[in-house]
Design a protein around this ligand. Structure first.
Ligand SMILES: Nc1ncnc2c1ncn2[C@@H]1O[C@H](COP(=O)(O)OP(=O)(O)O)[C@@H](O)[C@H]1O
Ligand SMILES: [Mg+2]
Length: 184
């Protein structure tokens, strides 16, 4: 695994420092990485880098971390970077908020209040996960085991007032491509 410090500067090439601890290799590269965001601007820069990856458009990303870690904030920056306009509601009450930009369907889930597995079928979640597009899920562990394997898990840990550390773990080749692209 590798720790990469993302500075607040806009361009992804501005990643500074890279403290290698260990690298968990898949057949063709990095499976997991650790990134550091000193402030929310760095979180935004990471979201923008992620948004530039073509592989993102057909993936399921699970977001882990305690209340206030920054899951929704990261998703909001990602949705903005992908071109979503207007108010971006948190799906805490609705469980899912759909978004659409030209050529891309996005679903933002928050399973914090999800407690009835029957809702999985009734609310059409199975269909959503069978559809092409980007699926983002906060509190995936609350989904009662209904979720498929995430392409990428982003686990966010607060390490200070505005500082966050995130562990990126790929579950598929698509996820590995993302980890390589945003944390290489
Ligand atoms: N580096 C950072 N990355 C993300 N959020 C940050 C950061 N620094 C401060 N914050 C703040 O922390 C809060 C995170 O809240 P939120 O995204 O709703 O968390 P979660 O969805 O994980 O419960 C927001 O108020 C956000 O502005
Ligand atoms: Mg949230």
């Amino acid at each position: 695994m590798e720790t990469v410090v993302l500075s607040t500067v806009k361009h992804h090439a501005a990643i500074v420092g890279s403290t290698a601890s260990h690298r968990d290799n898949g057949s063709d590269g990095t499976r997991s990485a650790r990134v550091r965001w000193p402030d929310e601007a760095a979180t935004q820069a990471f979201a923008e880098a992620l948004a530039r990856q073509p592989a993102l458009r057909n993936t399921f990303i699970a977001l882990q971390g305690t209340l206030g870690a920054g899951k929704t904030t990261l998703v909001r920056h990602l949705l903005r970077a992908l071109g979503v306009q207007g108010r971006i509601k948190s799906p805490t009450y609705a469980v899912v908020e759909p978004h659409e930009v030209p050529g891309l369907q996005i679903w933002h889930f928050d399973f914090y209040r999800f407690n009835d597995p029957r809702e999985w079928e009734d609310a059409g979640f199975r269909d959503i996960f069978a559809s092409p597009g980007l699926k983002l899920a906060e509190w995936p562990d609350q989904a009662g085991g209904m979720l498929p394997t995430p392409d990428l898990v982003i686990a966010i840990e607060p390490t200070g007032d505005t500082a966050r550390e995130a562990t990126l773990s790929a579950g598929t080749d698509a996820g590995m491509a993302l980890v390589r692209a945003v944390a290489a």
